[in-house]
Structure formats: structure tokens, C-alpha cells
Ligand binder design. Structure first.
Ligand SMILES: [Zn+2]
Length: 164
């Protein structure tokens, strides 16, 4: 029953892509990851084993998307960089392969190094504030929105503002 196996495999892929799409928001041409990010604002996604992602992709969302679209990721000191400057962006059109030094310079030029990292879009911040104002606990908000407890607390208490 080869056809049944193929359709089960596709169903699994479609489910995975659907879950992925539920965790992003399209903002100003960027596809921003709302799930777990690291300190630098980069999307962290653990790819399921069945996806067959090579080890070199690691757990970075932008590297995963680059691999899904291009079939390979830059290796040997080469990095996947963001042409838009948004670390959390997983729009394949905004991802380019470059060297470590180019990555560093692009980040400085686009202001993603230092205090100006756009981690989440304003819509998310507004949503968290609204939930908090409506009486939801920080833990419930963090779970619902898919961000860390600390991040949700900071947004709810006005330590992270819209446009920052
Ligand atoms: Zn982008």
C-alpha cells in the first residue's frame, strides 16, 4: 500500500507546516516567529526527526527554513543572515547565506546588534497587554502566546514597549 504510506507522510508534513504557521505573524513583509527565541531574538525550533534535517541545521528557525527552501545550509563558518535585520524573521526571501564577518557587519548596519533588536511585533505586545488587563495570569498568557514567562511578565509590566 505505497499510496497510503505516501498520503500519511504528507498528512504529517501538512500538520507540521500548519503548526509552524500558527506560530508566526506576518508583519511588514517579515514572517516573525512568536515561539521560543534565544537571547539574540533568533527563532529556536527543534525540527522533528522524521523531517530528515541534517545536524548542521541545528535548532535555529531561520537555518531550518533556509534548509527547507534551498535544500542545504552554508557550512564551514558560513552563516544564514537576515537581509531585513529582524532576528526572529523566518521569511525565506529575507534569508541569505553569508560569512561570519558579513553577518556581524549586517547586524551592526541594520541595528540588530545592541539595544535595537525587534524581538516581537507590536501586535503581540498589544495582545499580551490586553490579556493581562483582562485578568489573565502571566503564566497563562505565556502559555497561550507561546513566549517565555519572563518575556510575558516584562511585556505585561510595561518593561517592553511597542516599537522597541
Ligand atoms: Zn524579514
Amino acid at each position: 500500500m505505497a499510496t497510503a504510506r505516501i498520503s500519511a507522510e504528507w498528512a504529517r508534513r501538512v500538520r507540521w507546516i500548519r503548526r509552524f504557521m500558527e506560530r508566526v505573524v506576518i508583519s511588514g513583509g517579515c514572517v516573525l516567529w512568536l515561539g521560543v527565541v534565544d537571547k539574540g531574538g533568533y527563532a529556536r525550533i527543534k525540527p522533528p526527526r522524521w523531517l530528515g534535517v541534517p545536524r548542521s541545521v541545528g535548532t535555529y528557525g531561520h537555518r531550518l527554513v533556509f534548509w527547507l527552501v534551498n535544500g542545504e545550509v552554508p557550512a564551514g563558518g558560513m552563516y544564514v543572515t537576515h537581509s531585513c535585520g529582524h532576528a526572529a524573521c523566518v521569511n525565506p526571501d529575507h534569508l541569505v547565506g553569508g560569512t561570519a564577518s558579513k553577518n556581524h557587519w549586517d547586524a551592526i548596519l541594520q541595528g540588530t546588534k545592541g539595544a535595537f533588536v525587534l524581538k516581537y511585533p507590536d501586535e503581540l505586545i498589544e495582545r499580551v497587554r490586553g490579556m493581562y488587563a483582562a485578568g489573565m495570569t502571566v503564566a497563562a498568557i505565556a502559555r497561550s502566546v507561546g513566549v517565555s514567562y519572563v518575556y510575558a511578565w516584562k511585556v505585561a509590566h510595561g518593561q517592553i514597549r511597542c516599537g522597541s
